[in-house]
Design a protein around this ligand. Sequence first.
Ligand code: G3I
Length: 378
Amino acid sequence: MKLSRRQTLQLGFGAFLGAGCTQMSQLSNSAFGMPSKDFPIKGSLSLKQRAAAKGIIFGAAANQRDVVRDTEYAQVLAKDCGILVPENDLKWADLRPSPDQFDFQRGDWMAQFTKQHGLLLRGHTLAWHQSNPEWLKDITRQQAEQVLVKHIHTVVKHYAGRMHSWDVVNEAIDGAWSDRADKLQPTQWVKLLDKNYIEIAFRAAAAADPNAILVYNDTSVDYDVPEDNRTRAAILKLLESLKSRNVPIHALGIQGHLDAAEKRFNEKKFRDFLSEVAGMGLKILITELDVSDRSLPADIHVRDRAVADAIEQYLSVALDERAVSAVITWGISDRYTWLSRYPRPDKLPVRTLPYSDTMQRKLAWNAIARSFDAAPKR
Ligand code: G3I
């Protein structure tokens, strides 16, 4: 069974190559070309300050349960980030224990934390096919629109005026597997409302908070591989269709879950994609940047340079596009990265984010800093 790139990323090339093949992480360093750069940086500005100097917002995802109990982590977030996005606290599974209950505790704590530290807050996500509560599986076609609109209206209204932006719809498209012409994933929302759920969601969010930036967020648009090429094409068609119907959408979110072992990054294709999105009058946010090092050799010096190289190569193209207004990493420290759920074959801790699990800055931090320093001003 062909795995999509998203699934390959999660399982890692080692699993994808299967038994009998050399585990990528055992290949010699030279197999990955030891990037020679040391990613030197100038000055002592934070990532937030370097980004802001170019009119860009930098931030990270974080879970309330980690921020509330880890002071060192909370201090790094407050120092380096200009915006935070609750990684899970605003998903249906965390917000909706039952059809008539909304649990805003963790989301409200994060809203208070960002307010206290002068940070922006963004919401993730209002309509997705993952992290939904069990009861949602039982809704009928007749109930579906009312359930979706009630959720979005209640949640967005609750945070109205405090939310920089919302990922209104997340990962609607799957260029790897969908056999639909529009490449929509056959999710519950599609089964109940077909593609109309997307317009319904955006209109409900706009009615509840006319000031929030409303974002369509998706993944696997980064590389010159068949499924990403199909995903980019399908996203452009979706955005054009939404814009043609005056659906209140303001930005595209590109998640940016990169893989340091994936060398098929085509600068021109990526640049052209961003330019086409910007040409529709949409802003672009890099919303979940991290770099899987799962298939890299064990040597930390090789891994950190390869991860930094992947970030700098990606952001140098992305930030050339002035419509790119934010760069958000999916976590800021390896201490809490979701990628640790997909352990390396050699079981060494993964190193995917700007800070190590001991809260030391890494070359990934330098690569992001250098990218902001080199970016054109907005
Ligand atoms: O909070 C419960 C806990 O009470 C329970 O004991 C535990 C065991 O079942 O689960 C905990 O919830 C988990 C949650 O993360 C918080 O840790 C969920 O099971 C788990 O599915 C959830 O995973 C998140 C995943 O999205 C699914 O929502 C990851 O942390 C999160 O990093 C990941 O993020 C996604 C973005 O939302 C969308 N883009 C892709 C990205 C990576 O998959």
